[in-house]
Design a protein around this ligand. Structure first.
Ligand code: DX5
Ligand code: ZN
Length: 218
């Protein structure tokens, strides 16, 4: 049996009742809580800032996995740590000094991850693979929940898995966007370790059951 991780993304949660949504995640088999941070520049959408993250941190019993879809993330790394991030993901496309950014995230006490957009080749991460706890392969174009999974992602995931094995690295592979109960098993087989899931969980009438189904697929 696979022991892949499930990370609910609250992007499509009910923000008027966010505490209830987080309590649902606390009570579930989910492994971490995924927070999508958007700046309206790197992606055509805006989400929330530090005060909201701080509040979420007080309510969540799961570690926080913070996904930064913002330009110049270096300006804010420390503040994300202070707000409660345990894992921090920056986008390859936003970091001209990626190696330095990764080291800084680790120095601050967080687990570093790098995300690649659908058009970015995973081989670009080869030089930093061993410095990363996780690579996030975006399986939709970032910015919105509820989009359709991009099928070309399978090839990227297999290629990345091969790179990780060849490097003798322990880097996890995460996917984000368009994950459903129908594609988790195939993705596990391709090498995915961690699944970000928004719409499939938060639009369900029984989200606890959906999380459990996602978690317990072979
Ligand atoms: C997209 C976000 C995702 C998104 C996943 O920019 O990074 O976390 O919320 O949502 P679903 O599962 O709805 O595709
Ligand atoms: Zn995300």
């Amino acid at each position: 049996m696979s022991n892949h991780l499930i990370l609910p993304s609250i992007l499509t949660a009910d923000f008027l009742h966010l505490e209830k949504e987080i309590e649902m995640v606390n009570a579930s088999e989910a492994d971490m809580l995924h927070l999508d941070i958007m700046d309206g520049v790197f992606v055509p959408n805006l989400t929330f800032g530090f005060p909201v993250i701080r509040q979420i941190k007080t309510a969540s019993r799961k570690p926080l996995d913070v996904h930064l879809m913002i330009v110049d993330p270096d300006r804010y790394l420390e503040q994300y740590r202070e707000a409660g991030a345990d894992w921090l993901t920056v986008h390859y496309e936003t970091c001209p000094h990626l190696h330095r950014t990764i080291q800084r995230i680790r120095e601050l006490g967080m687990k570093p991850a790098v995300a690649v957009n659908p058009h970015t080749d995973v081989s670009l991460l080869q030089p930093v693979l061993k410095d990363l706890n996780m690579v996030l392969v975006m399986t939709v174009n970032p910015g919105f929940g509820g989009q359709k999974f991009i099928d070309a992602s399978y090839g990227k995931i297999r290629k990345l898995k091969k790179m990780i094995l060849e490097a003798g690295a322990e880097t996890l592979i995460q996917v984000d966007g368009g994950v459903t109960e129908g594609n988790v098993a195939t993705l596990v087989e391709a090498g995915v370790d961690a699944f970000v899931v928004g719409n499939t969980i938060f639009s369900a009438s029984d989200p606890l059951r959906v999380i459990s189904n996602l978690k317990n697929q072979k």
